[in-house]
Ligand binder design. Structure first.
Ligand SMILES: [Zn+2]
Length: 263
C-alpha cells in the first residue's frame, strides 16, 4: 500500500479541480480482473489489503463471542462448509471457519477467507441442504468480491466528497490518501454490518445454488430456506436475511434459475 502525502488545500477552485482529478485517477486504477470469475471488476483494493483490514474486526468478533471447537454443531458446519467450498472456484484454499455460540440467526463471510456461522442459524435450518444454501451464498460473496465492491463504492463516494484532501498527492501510484482513509473507516464493518447491494445478494443466491448442485446438495432447499426464514421471523439481521431484495423476489429468482439450469 502506498500512502500519499496530504497537501494543504488552496482555493475552492483548486480544491475542486484536485478532487475531480483524484476521482478520475481513482476510476482509472480501480479496474481489475476477478481471478475467480474472469470478469472485469471495478475494485479499488487488492484482496491482501482487504484481508489485512478485516483481520482486526475478525479478532474482535472472536473475542466478543464464544466459539465452538468441537461437538456435533462444529462438525456439522465444518462438514457442509468443506463440501461447498470444494465445489466453488475457491476449492483448495485455506479458510478460517468459526462457529459462534449465539442465538443470532446469522452467517457471514469476511475478506481473507474468514467465515462465521452462528449456532442460532443451525437451530433454524431444517437440514444440511438448507445450511449448504446459506454457506453457498456466503462463499459466493467472497468469490464475486462483493466486500471489495462495497468498499470501492464507499471509497469512491469519499473521494468525490472530500474534494482536495490529498488529491494533489496522487501521482499515479495507484492509492490516494483518500482511499487509504476510506479503507480504514470501513475496516471495522467489513462483511458484517454494511449491507451488500441488491444485485450482489441476488448474484450470491444464484451462484450459491450452483455450488450446492456441484457439492451434491438439493438446490430446492435454497427456496425452502427463505420460507423457513420468513416463518422464523427473526428480528436479528443476518447477511442472507438482508431486507433487500425481499424474500419473495429471492425465492422466485432462485426457482427460475433452477428451472433455467435444469437442476
Ligand atoms: Zn448476502
Amino acid at each position: 500500500m502506498t500512502t500519499a502525502k496530504p497537501q494543504r488545500a488552496g482555493s475552492f477552485e483548486r480544491r475542486t479541480f484536485a478532487g475531480l482529478a483524484a476521482s478520475l485517477a481513482f476510476a482509472a486504477t480501480a479496474c481489475s480482473v476477478n481471478p475467480y470469475t474472469g470478469e472485469q471488476q471495478f475494485a479499488a483494493y487488492d484482496d491482501a489489503q482487504l484481508s489485512q483490514a478485516s483481520a482486526q474486526a475478525w479478532q474482535q468478533l472472536r473475542a466478543q463471542t464464544p466459539t465452538l471447537n468441537s461437538g456435533p454443531q462444529y462438525q456439522r458446519v465444518q462438514r457442509v462448509w468443506s463440501r461447498i467450498a470444494a465445489a466453488s472456484p475457491k476449492a483448495g484454499e485455506q479458510w478460517d471457519v468459526q462457529v459462534f455460540n449465539s442465538d443470532d440467526v446469522n452467517a457471514f463471510v469476511m475478506p481473507g477467507n474468514r467465515v462465521g456461522v452462528y449456532t442460532g442459524l443451525l437451530d433454524v435450518v431444517e437440514n444440511d441442504d438448507q445450511l449448504a444454501a446459506v454457506l453457498g451464498h456466503e462463499v459466493a460473496h467472497a468469490i464475486y468480491r462483493h466486500a471489495n465492491q462495497r468498499a470501492t463504492r464507499q471509497a469512491a463516494a469519499s473521494a468525490a466528497v472530500q474534494v482536495g484532501a490529498a488529491a494533489a498527492g496522487n501521482s499515479g501510484l495507484g492509492v490516494s490518501a483518500n482511499q487509504v482513509n476510506a479503507l480504514g473507516s470501513v475496516a471495522a464493518n467489513l462483511g458484517v454490518v454494511l449491507p451488500y447491494s441488491r444485485n450482489a445478494e441476488l448474484e450470491a443466491d444464484l451462484a450459491g445454488v450452483d455450488y450446492m448442485v456441484r457439492a451434491g446438495y438439493d438446490p430446492r432447499a435454497a427456496i425452502r430456506l427463505w420460507e423457513v426464514m420468513q416463518q422464523n421471523n427473526s428480528q436479528r439481521t443476518a447477511d442472507f436475511l438482508s431486507t433487500h431484495p425481499n424474500p419473495d423476489i429471492r425465492q422466485q429468482r432462485i426457482r427460475e434459475y433452477i428451472q433455467q439450469k435444469g437442476y
